[in-house]
Design a binder for this molecule. Structure first.
Ligand SMILES: CC(C)(COP(=O)(O)OP(=O)(O)OC[C@H]1O[C@@H](n2cnc3c(N)ncnc32)[C@H](O)[C@@H]1OP(=O)(O)O)[C@@H](O)C(=O)NCCC(=O)NCCS
Length: 146
């Protein structure tokens, strides 16, 4: 277990570390994307959450999500659409604690369900969400080339 100082709302000063963690995971640096996420999710909007987990030394992970109403015919629920933990901080329950924190904020926002989407071949993220009790949902994702 990693000793976290706090899980809290992200601030502008965290962005370089969030961008770095995301780039370590995906191989892409996306400063404009993360500046947009901070603008939309980093403020005090009651249903938008961009949280970071920090130790004394550094930001070790981030989670992003929001409560959305009635989309895809679904009653209001919380969506987690981004999660990442520094490679050297993994398997220390950082993601577990970030998910618990965002779920608590979803509950306080009045919903009783959390959902996410993940790539079929992302076995790591699937193992994580399954370990948190998340199950296949009664929805399917569709797409086509444009
Ligand atoms: C998935 C991820 C967020 C998990 O973070 P973490 O802090 O290491 O997760 P935790 O320590 O809270 O793990 C909780 C449980 O998840 C499962 N899990 C996590 N990592 C695992 C692994 N490498 N192999 C198998 N199961 C794993 C385990 O059941 C674990 O419980 P245990 O330690 O008791 O076995 C992290 O590995 C990560 O950032 N991966 C890349 C994310 C990514 O691809 N993001 C892009 C799409 S959103």
């Amino acid at each position: 277990m990693i000793h976290l100082k706090k899980i809290r709302a992200a601030k502008p000063a965290d962005l370089p570390q969030v961008i770095e963690i995301d780039a370590l995971i995906t191989g892409l640096r996306k400063p404009a994307y993360w500046a947009g996420i901070l603008r939309r999710y980093g403020g005090r909007r009651p249903r938008h959450f961009f949280l970071v987990a920090e130790t004394e030394e550094a930001v070790q992970g981030y989670i992003v999500g929001e409560v959305r109403d009635w989309e895809f015919g679904s009653p209001p629920c919380g969506w987690v659409f981004g999660i990442g933990v520094r490679p050297h901080a993994r398997l220390g329950a950082v993601a577990t604690r970030m998910l618990e924190e965002i779920c608590e904020r979803f509950r306080r926002a009045g919903v009783d369900k959390v959902r996410t989407l993940l790539a079929r071949d992302n076995a790591l993220v699937l193992a994580f969400f399954r370990s948190q009790g998340m199950m296949a949902a009664p929805f399917i994702a569709l797409e086509r080339d444009l």
